[in-house]
Design a protein around this ligand. Structure first.
Ligand code: FMN
Length: 171
């Protein structure tokens, strides 16, 4: 069985540490697992509960629904969840794409603990299936990647492998 993971980046900066981590995950997955990055978070309109939902939101919800699992990789901004990611998740509260969906949360930041904790609460609110094994906080992330966009910290690499394995196990 092939497994499709949809990755949601929390940073819109193409060279953000989170995107470095996301790219590196592509090299750590088993051959039967594919990671697709949802790259339109910044294009989603601000949440307003409009019905029918805007086309971009309909497409976002469809991609979430079709994925076997979701992987969020994000920095912490101003002790919280980056606004664009929070907005995207708000669009799913009423439609329920996250209910019982296996989710991995990777926070890659300088500190990150507040944003990480806030996101775990949000994921609980939308009934996502997150476990301790699929939750990872990478502190001081910039000291763990190099200029070429490679992860240099072997412990982090092992942790990422473990998170991916646990996520796949939860499918
Ligand atoms: C607008 C902004 C706010 C930030 N706030 C925090 C913060 O509250 N806590 C933290 O650990 N890092 C914070 N950072 C630093 C990021 O964690 C740091 O840039 C990290 O390397 C990941 O961010 P990036 O993915 O955008 O590169 C902030 C960065 C920006 C750009």
């Amino acid at each position: 069985m092939s497994i499709k993971i949809l990755a949601l980046p929390g940073s819109l900066r193409s060279n953000s540490s989170s995107n470095v981590v996301l790219n590196s995950l592509q090299h750590l997955v088993a051959p039967d697992v594919s990671i697709y990055v949802y790259d339109s978070i910044g294009m989603l309109p601000h949440f307003d509960d409009s019905d029918p939902a805007p086309a971009a939101v309909v497409d976002f919800r469809k991609q979430l629904k079709e994925a076997d699992a979701i992987l969020i990789c994000t920095p912490e901004y101003a002790f919280g969840v980056p606004g664009s990611l929070k907005n995207a998740l708000d669009w799913t509260v009423s439609s329920g794409e996250f209910v019982d969906k296996p989710v991995a949360l990777i926070t890659a930041s300088s500190n990150g603990e507040y944003g990480h904790a806030a996101l775990l609460l949000i994921l609980k609110a939308i009934s996502a299936k997150v476990t301790d094994e699929t939750s990872l906080l990478i502190r001081f992330v910039r000291s763990k990647i190099d200029k070429q966009g490679e992860i240099t910290d072997s412990i982090v690499k092992d942790q990422l492998r473990d998170v991916l394995a646990a996520l796949v196990k939860n499918v």
